[in-house]
Ligand binder design. Structure first.
Ligand code: KG4
Ligand code: ZN
Length: 385
């Protein structure tokens, strides 16, 4: 079915900076397998920095990535064997890559004398979708390391990364598989007839599910990011207290829309005004959360049936939501499909999932990018070649 590069054991460095997580990781892959092993996985979340703005500020994210990347990289390489060979280029040969990322260059120059070439066979980096200035920081670092160390480079789609988190340290799912990726930036349903074949079935036409949690949290006076505070408030509330809309639940396609739901909560909070006690807020949180859960489950079940899938695989930070997890688990149990949810640290943004997706595409599809010409595509679509 696939051409396999005949490598018995391959070590891959992953680099991720599409949003507000600065991340580097090392995984190991076996030539013929789809299962990848997590070796190290370092994530520095900038969430506290962006919290006061109520969302991610792209240029602030870029600045932080530049400051943090090399320390995060060094940590991800701790314990990874050192290569027998020397680097094949020096810093002067890659300086032109850092045109708009000078602080990153200075940080690399500072640490390079102590950074021994690690024994890795591939560098995988997220080059879309995401925030363009943030993406460029990771790509700049990755292309420089690829040239310095003389190691092949592969650009990875962030959403494929979320899906491939299901291939890390667990038996691969059976195919055809349906992937639900649900995070602060995305809500997508993707069909995989076979491993590494992606077809976008549908996605949100406006806000992502996590974004809706964040915006509704704000309306209720809860902190950013709003997922956990809403879910905590919802535990004390009644999900049937308010009859909120389930947008597009019967649209007959796999698309989602959450901005109308957020607006309905806005009107509700305005209508309640002074009467908005803590108990009422808990009821709003619970009703809102249930509306999201209902829509997501309905769309998943429709797609499971329509495409006769054997498995449902999940990615993205919103799956941390207890009710979504519990109700989705129950719903998928009623079908013939099995549900795969990676551990939470592999659901939220991380570089192990990027290393995994890059490794599988390199090994099975021979994918590779030229470090001198690789670009970023902030609007990349999961099923583009
Ligand atoms: O995947 P992620 O860490 O970052 C990206 O957006 O890529 O997802 C973050 C999103 C935020 O919108 C956050 O509010 C949401 O996931 N989230 C949750 C929960 N924990 C995090 N949403 C609902 N319930 C949760 N328990
Ligand atoms: Zn993500």
């Amino acid at each position: 079915m696939f051409d396999k590069i005949n490598i018995t054991n391959m070590r891959i460095l992953g680099i991720e900076s599409s949003c507000d997580e600065t991340a580097a990781a090392v995984v190991e892959a076996q030539g013929g397998d789809f299962m990848v092993r997590e070796i190290t996985n370092v994530v520095h979340s900038q969430v506290d920095l962006h919290a006061e703005f109520g969302g991610v500020v792209p240029n602030l994210a870029k600045r932080e990535h530049q400051k943090l990347f090399v320390p995060v990289l060094l940590k991800s390489l701790e314990g990874v064997p050192v290569a027998n060979e020397q680097p094949v280029a020096d810093l002067a040969q890659v300086e032109q890559f850092f045109d708009r990322n000078q602080p990153l260059f200075e940080s690399l120059a500072l640490h390079l004398p102590t950074l021994k070439k690690p024994d890795i066979n591939l560098i995988a980096v997220t080059n879309g979708p995401g925030l363009e200035p943030a993406l460029w920081v990771g790509v700049t670092l990755a292309r420089a390391l690829a040239v310095l160390w003389g190691v092949p480079l592969v650009g990875v789609d962030h959403m494929r990364g979320h899906i491939c988190a299901n291939f890390i340290d667990q038996q691969p799912p059976e195919f055809p598989a349906l992937a639900l990726t649900i995070s602060g930036g995305h809500t997508q349903l993707v069909l995989m007839e076979q491993p590494l074949q992606y077809r976008l079935l549908g996605e949100t036409v406006d806000d992502a599910a996590g974004e809706a949690f964040d915006k509704v949290a704000r309306l209720l006076g809860l902190p950013y990011p709003g997922g956990v505070p809403i879910s905590n408030a919802a535990e004390q509330g009644d999900p049937n207290a308010f009859d909120l809309p389930r947008p597009m639940i019967r649209s007959g396609d796999a698309n989602f829309s959450f901005s109308g739901l957020k607006t309905a909560v806005l009107y509700l909070t305005q209508r309640l005004g002074e009467k908005q006690t803590q108990a009422r807020k808990n009821d709003i949180a619970a009703s809102f959360q249930q509306a999201i859960v209902d829509v997501v489950i309905k769309k998943v079940l429709n797609a499971v049936e329509e495409h006769a899938v054997q498995s449902v695989v999940v990615g993205g930070g919103v799956i941390a939501n207890k009710q979504l997890r519990a109700q989705l688990t129950h719903a998928v149990q009623q079908t013939r499909a099995t549900l795969h949810i990676p551990p939470l640290h592999l659901c939220t943004d991380n570089a192990a999932m990027i290393a995994c997706a890059g490794a599988l595409e390199h090994i099975h599809l021979k994918k590779q990018n030229n470090p001198h010409t690789i670009g970023v595509d902030s609007n990349r679509v999961v099923d583009e070649r």
